[in-house]
Write a protein that binds this ligand. Structure first.
Ligand code: FAD
Length: 584
């Protein structure tokens, strides 16, 4: 017996599931979300929200709430490497390298030029309640159900039947046309035998979420401090990374998260009583008053689902890709998966596109997931390269490492040489903190688009320099436009409700194409007449003649572009939309 029939069932109420719910609601798609836990995450977990994610959240009216609680750039756009926060020895409290990150400092000009949305920092602990609030306000009553766990799932050509246990253990059968598996890989993938490809069990990482007053020692601009000090050499306690977690940002942050790596055979890794004293040792603050909220173990892996789609079941977020936190790609990719999928589900369920449109989700998003897994693994392992550049000898007696640090920090020619070498090598860690192109420059080579045979722009092998382009499959370049005196980004043209946009020049030739959408919400935006190109950026970036046009999908990726207008623009657009909605 079916208790609930609904177009879409979302399994999981983390970042992927909650944002899927928000996007589907905005697109007019009824759905049910089930989350096994009683509430949102009680761990800070992911915290960096990159510009692309903030663009997506801006499109759906969530960004302002996130910015209101998130860190402003001047409070998190810097990363430093230190020996310790405290201590009074000659090697203590020494900062030996700093780098800009996330759009801060010297990066500001490029990041501000390329997106209307700055990145921000807000741990999942505080982000998920915001997402949950938005999801609950939009979805119908009783559509967002915490304390509900998916137990079983089977699918057939027409739909998916799921069995869910409610808080009292009562079973509910849900019949849906589609399921979004946003369960972090805990349930649906294993139920459907979806293999995860890639290495796992690489390292046991321990995080401690705690409160302490570090305002005397914490740099007001730094999100993360990496520690490397000779006293822990080889024991695992000479290094660690610590990030501020707010809710006040900067030196007065109340919360922090510290992460250590343990050897899987180290018995101390589960010895929670010793972890607080060891954190004090690492920081060299023996009297620090620490309130520990949670100690958590997690295994470093770099895995990608062999399939993102099994019939009518679509995997997103950690269910599809899991990797180290370096570059902060886990949650960002999860929200962006949801964004790619939501408009496609809406177009199919609203009768505007054939079901084959859903089949473009995997070819578009899986290569992005694969790239992000390999990038996160690469940037994680690059920390070992940076540490090695100090000259540190793992396992060597403390005296040997002391001598190396002493020389490193000395006012001698060799000290200068060691510092210069370290700076050169440590700068390569920009692959983690300045991955502007990785964050904005990804594209879909195949999918719901009409490729035009042009070559992609060059990509910076270090992931930094981003080249905006209107080539089909790429993210629409951001440019400021003005309409009726109001400033808006090219990304604001689509809105949250599934609108398609054809950006043209001022000539009237394209004006009639709105009717080509037959049932789609298709708007023609004439830049140069109704809309003004604020500073000529759109003219510089559009890569088609002024008489041409760029067709933008509801997720602000380019579907097609052309010169023109052709003799029969309606027929051209109809053919283009037929190809795009049919799955490219
Ligand atoms: C300790 C820790 C630290 C992390 N730090 C970072 C970081 O700094 N940066 C970064 O980018 N990433 C980090 N990550 C990873 C990041 O948190 C994930 O990439 C992100 O949470 C993925 O979101 P998601 O919604 O796909 O999955 P999740 O957040 O895992 O959400 C999945 C949800 O599904 C629910 N669920 C599972 N099974 C069922 C079921 N059978 N029925 C109903 N519900 C179910 C779960 O309870 C969970 O709430 C960290 C992860 C951990 C554990």
């Amino acid at each position: 017996m079916t208790d609930i029939e609904v177009p879409v069932l979302i399994v999981g109420g983390g970042g992927c599931g909650l944002s899927s719910s928000i996007f589907l609601s905005d697109l007019g798609v009824d759905h049910l979300l089930v989350e096994r836990h009683v509430s949102t995450s009680n761990l800070p977990k992911a915290h960096y929200l990159n510009q692309r994610t903030m663009e997506v959240l801006r499109q759906h009216g969530v960004a302002d709430d996130v910015y209101a609680q998130g860190a402003p750039m001047e409070k998190f756009g810097r990363i430093r490497w230190m020996t310790s926060l405290g201590g009074d020895g000659p090697l203590d409290g020494r900062t030996f390298f700093e780098i800009d990150g996330f759009g801060g400092g010297g990066l500001a000009e490029a990041y501000e030029r390329d997106s209307a949305c700055p990145s921000t920092n807000l741990p999942q602990l505080r982000l998920e309640p915001i997402l949950r609030g938005h999801a609950e306000r939009r979805a119908g009553p009783d559509r967002i159900r915490f304390s509900h766990e998916l137990l079983e799932l089977s699918h057939d050509p027409d739909g998916v039947t799921s069995v869910v246990a409610g808080p009292d253990g009562a079973r509910i059968t849900v019949r849906s046309r589609y399921v979004i598996a946003a369960d972090g890989g805990k349930a649906v993938g294993p139920m459907l035998d979806v293999g995860m490809q890639g290495p796992t069990g690489l390292l046991d990482l321990v995080s401690m979420h705690f409160s302490a007053d570090l305002s005397r020692w914490w740099d007001d601009r730094c999100l993360i401090t990496f520690f490397l000090n000779p006293d822990g050499g080889g024991s695992g306690w000479g290094s660690g990374a610590m990030a501020q977690m707010g809710p006040t940002w900067g030196a007065h942050s109340e919360d922090f998260n510290v992460v250590f790596a343990f050897r899987p055979d180290d018995p101390a890794r589960f010895d929670e009583d010793s972890i607080i004293p060891k954190v004090r040792d690492l920081l060299k603050l023996p009297d620090l008053d620490i309130t520990c909220h949670k100690i958590n173990h997690w295994i470093v892996e770099g895995v990608l689902a062999e399939r993102y789609q099994v019939g009518r079941v679509l995997l997103g977020g950690d269910a599809a890709h899991r990797h180290p936190p370096t570059t902060g790609l886990g949650l960002n990719t999860a929200i962006q998966d949801a964004h790619n999928l939501a408009w496609k589900l809406a177009a199919v369920l609203n009768g505007q596109a054939p079901e084959s449109l859903i089949d473009t989700y995997e070819p578009e998003r899986r290569p992005v997931g694969a790239r992000n897994v390999e990038w996160a693994m690469f940037t994680f392992l690059n920390h070992a390269v940076v540490d090695a550049a100090m000259g540190f000898l793992p396992g060597a007696p403390p005296e040997a490492n002391h001598a190396i640090f002493t020389e490193f920090l000395s006012d001698t020619p060799m000290g200068a040489t060691r510092r210069a070498r370290f700076a050169e090598v440590a700068t390569t860690q920009r692959v983690e903190f300045q991955a502007h192109d990785l964050e904005l420059g990804f594209h879909y080579p195949a999918g719901a688009l009409v490729a035009d045979g042009s070559p992609p722009p060059p990509r910076d092998p270090m992931g930094g320099t981003y080249h905006p382009t209107t080539r089909p499959g790429h993210r629409l370049p951001h440019a400021w436009l003005v309409r009726d005196g109001a400033l808006l980004s090219t990304h604001d043209l689509t809105g949250p409700g599934g609108r398609w946009v054809l950006i043209t020049g001022p000539e009237p030739g394209w004006a009639e194409v709105a009717s080509a959408g037959s049932g789609l919400d298709l708007h023609v935006v004439a830049v140069g007449s109704e809309y003004e190109d604020l500073d000529g950026t759109w003219a510089r970036l559009r890569e088609v003649p002024q008489s041409g046009a760029v067709l933008v999908r509801p997720d602000n990726h380019v579907a097609w572009r052309g010169a023109g207008p052709p003799d029969d623009p309606v027929a051209v657009l109809r053919a283009v939309l037929g190809t795009v909605l049919g799955g490219g």
